[in-house]
Design a protein around this ligand. Sequence first.
Ligand SMILES: C[S@@+](CC[C@H](N)C(=O)[O-])C[C@H]1O[C@@H](n2cnc3c(N)ncnc32)[C@H](O)[C@@H]1O
Length: 411
Amino acid sequence: MGLLNPTRFGVIGTEPHIQYNFSHPKGLKTMTGVVEVNDVAAREIQRGSLHVFAQNILSVRATNGEWVEVRHGEETLGYGFYSRLSSIPVKIFSRNEGNPEEVIFRRLEGLWREKRRLYSESFRWVFAEGDLLPGLIIDVFGDVAAFRVNVFGLEQFKEQIADFIVEMGVENVVERNDFTAREREGLPKKKGVIRGRKYRTQIEEGSVSFVVDVLHGQKTGFYLDQRENRIFSERFSDAEKVLDVYSYTGGFGIHLGKDGAEVHFVELGKDVINLLRANMKLNNIHGRILPGDAIDVLKGLLRRGEKYDVISLDPPALVKGRGNLEAAKKAYFLVNRLAIKLLRSGGILLTSSCSQPITPKEFLGIVRGAALKEGRRIRLVGGIRSQSGDHTYYPPHPETSYLKHIVAVVE
Ligand SMILES: C[S@@+](CC[C@H](N)C(=O)[O-])C[C@H]1O[C@@H](n2cnc3c(N)ncnc32)[C@H](O)[C@@H]1O
């Protein structure tokens, strides 16, 4: 492919020990521009931040998308890509390495080994800032991978990244650049299969299997961040009746129903119902789908006097920006309160929030408050759980820690 000359290819199922010889790619920019920053940015970068905000930039000698050296006086603070349109015009990719190909592909190779140590088949190979590759997400689902790019300068490496994914043994590569945030970088929305042909695959998780549609599903097709919490939920599969609210393609309900519980799935998205049905069939799940808005469906179930042994709540991020934080907290409170009402005494509530601005302590406060309002008490099984290990948390970027998951016995 001209960019990398692997002396040995890595294949899923073997542990690759790849040595790459880096050569200059044909047609790719290898110029290095310069961005000078103020004391504030210098301090933040020295503390580990990968973001240089527009207001902290003193001067720019670079074209849009160019690899730049970030300087503070005579000192080089790091290297990254320059995005002219962004409110974060420089994303730092490296502290001391000045060649973008070396930085990107050595890191991809290292992360492959690191993530494969955690998970063998399906995993988040790259979690953007969490893995020190800002703006890049790569998810692997067995023989199909999906990637998203959200940094202008990184876009020019897209084809090489796709080739690299194939070299690591994942034959089918889907581009899922169909998200709005790309517009802030001046990048167009795009999606499609760009290597191989396949976009639908089957993965194993704990004791169950899922069909994943990487091309048409939400985000990159499947919520890998909840994997460990879903596997943990199997401990409650001795239940008789389960409610999986905001179920997507069946995530929690499939695990909870694996030993014969009757599972009711609540989901608004019409486009996911077929996959949900396919996953129910694949795992012999006994139950039904209750389509519609979660709040309306839960109120309807209460009116009918339904009761459940286990309820999972996994709403989409209800906080959309600073403006609706209080409204979002009220929405979490309401849905948790309705679920608690529907739980039998001693029932299990599995409740999640992927809204980053809500802290774990605040989320626990909301769930506790909802229980107290109903005159119920909760006891937590374990602490407040978080996202799967492949969604690496990089402390200088608090946004890389976002998921809260509480397993509570509701008395
Ligand atoms: C974070 S995902 C759930 C992921 C799932 N628990 C899993 O493990 O795969 C949230 C789901 O809620 C659905 N949803 C969004 N708004 C909803 C609403 N008002 N009522 C019901 N479902 C909704 C979305 O379509 C999406 O499938």
